[in-house]
Design a binder for this molecule. Structure first.
Ligand code: AMP
Ligand code: ZN
Length: 131
């Protein structure tokens, strides 16, 4: 398959490994947004969390937890922003979770500032859609 992150998962393309187990791999982002910026991927190909079996997603998020602990131990940031570009803004169509170390005063924004579209439907009306 012609997928960059499948090739990284198989080792065909090299990466700087941060964490690995039988179903997930974490490696340093080649174009880091901050020191220690790391990506965590499932070894199984899937574009988004909706394209993978449930246990693969469960395992991926366990790997995210372990990787975050590892990055915290080595890089010692003040905190993190964790995120997924899920179709929108997603350059590589193989699911990956960004672990971005953050520092007080690093001029980064928080998740509330990523999307400012607002909603023209009240929360109560949206809640009714879910039944
Ligand atoms: P996204 O926009 O969420 O799809 O992010 C894709 C990320 O993959 C970007 O942050 C890139 O810097 C990163 N990236 C692309 N190619 C590589 C590579 N060969 N090794 C590590 N990271 C990569
Ligand atoms: Zn892939």
């Amino acid at each position: 398959m012609d997928c960059l992150f499948c090739e990284i998962a198989s080792g065909a393309i090299p990466s700087y490994k941060v964490y690995e187990d039988e179903r997930a791999l974490a490696f340093l982002d080649i174009n880091p947004l901050a020191k220690g910026h790391t990506l965590v991927i499932p070894k199984m190909h899937g574009g988004t969390i909706l394209d993978l079996p449930e246990d693969e997603v469960t395992h991926l998020f366990r790997a995210v937890q372990k990787t975050t602990a590892r990055v915290k131990e080595i890089i010692k940031p003040d905190g993190f922003t964790l995120g997924v570009n899920h179709e929108i803004g997603q350059a590589v169509p193989h699911l990956h979770v960004h672990i971005i170390p953050r520092w007080h005063g690093d001029s980064g924004i928080n998740i509330h500032d990523i999307v400012r579209a607002g909603s023209d439907t009240s929360v109560e009306e949206v809640a009714q859609l879910f039944g």
